[in-house]
Design a protein. Structure first.
Length: 308
């Protein structure tokens, strides 16, 4: 029978069958989609075929082809990749400037990967209650960078009552499957609970010493709300992009791709070539230094991976 994977815990998978029941399954043998080397063969959001055995156990015997997915390498140099979720309509990337501080390279690497797999991303700046006037100014500048490229951005405080319901977020999530992504502690599970109107999952404090999250959520799970499906996943540390050739990378940076159309050479890598429109835009301030830095960091990764 056909079923939707709603939770993965390493060895076990919970699936929601078309008949409406929830089954605990294991994977049969060496099941994986071709050509994809991943630490998890089956991800939340996958449609699978399940066979019930005579002894009552359930096997996942087949994975349906994926419409899309979000994948990352655990570290920049690791060969194995991990699928965060499959068959999603959009990702909501939660970003906080304080407790924890999300770095821009992380944001840009996530956006580039989503771009590569054609997953729309909404940027949600959370915890604005913790910010000083000056930091709120920084948030606006950062948010403008992404808005100008066509990303939708929102800023709110999930801790302040009314902030979520007064925002456009509930409407943006309606009738869609959304992956919640971001570093540990940015408020993914807090958002999920707020959307559900009750505590469906645990949230965790931020460490006093390093102002970082403590990886409270340890398994990926899809929650089926009245009018939306939300996938809550464990916080992501580094975001190593997967399988991008050096020439491809600029295609996944909207701002750099646009500017790059005016470079003198068609194969310009935007490093030190004469007539490079990207470095000119950078000097004029039309491309943010943080974006260019993220581009270079991905380029460096892909050069390194060539020699692995
Ligand atoms: N001040 C403040 N704290 C918040 C806000 N939103 C969430 N928090 C707190 O941040 C902490 C971490 O929230 P979680 O929802 O557990 O974060 P998470 O992203 O699910 O973290 P992991 O499961 O570890 O990946 C909790 O103590 C929340 O109460 C906010 O808007 N303002
Ligand atoms: Mg969580
Ligand atoms: Zn160039």
């Amino acid at each position: 029978m056909r079923a939707l994977v709603i939770k993965t815990t390493g060895k076990h998978y919970l699936v929601h069958t078309e008949g409406g029941s929830v089954l605990d399954c294991a994977i049969k043998g060496n099941l994986r989609l071709k050509d994809l080397r991943t630490t998890n063969p089956v991800a939340v959001g996958d449609y699978v075929t399940v066979q019930q055995q005579e002894d009552g156990t359930n096997w996942i015997t087949e994975i349906q082809p994926r419409r899309n997915y979000i994948i990352r390498r655990a570290t920049n140099l690791s060969k194995e990749a991990h699928i965060l979720a499959a068959n999603i309509d959009q990702a909501l990337l939660l970003v906080t400037l304080q407790q924890p501080e999300t770095n821009t390279t992380f944001i840009d690497r996530f956006l580039a990967t989503a771009e590569a797999y054609r997953v729309p991303v909404i940027l949600l700046f959370n915890k604005i209650d913790l910010l000083t006037e000056e930091q709120l100014g920084q948030l606006t500048s950062l948010s403008d960078i992404y808005q100008q490229m066509g990303y939708r951005t929102l800023a709110l405080s999930l801790k302040s009552s009314g902030s979520l319901s007064e925002s456009s977020l509930p409407a943006l999530l309606a009738h869609k499957t959304t992956l919640l992504a971001g570093n540990s502690g940015v408020g993914k599970s807090t958002l999920l609970n707020a959307l559900c109107g009750r505590e469906v999952t645990r949230t965790g404090a931020i460490s006093d010493a390093h102002h970082k999250g403590m990886h409270t959520t340890t398994f990926s799970e899809m929650y089926e709300l009245n009018d939306a499906r939300i996938i809550d996943i464990p916080g992501i540390k580094g975001f190593g992009a997967v399988d991008m050739s050096p020439h491809e990378i600029s295609h996944y940076f909207r701002d750099i791709f646009e500017a790059g159309k005016h470079c003198r050479y068609g194969d310009c890598m935007h490093i030190d070539e004469p007539g490079c429109a990207v470095t000119q835009a950078l000097e004029r301030g039309d491309i943010a230094p943080s974006r260019y830095f993220s581009y270079l960091s991905l380029l460096e990764d892909s050069n390194e991976s060539k020699y692995r």
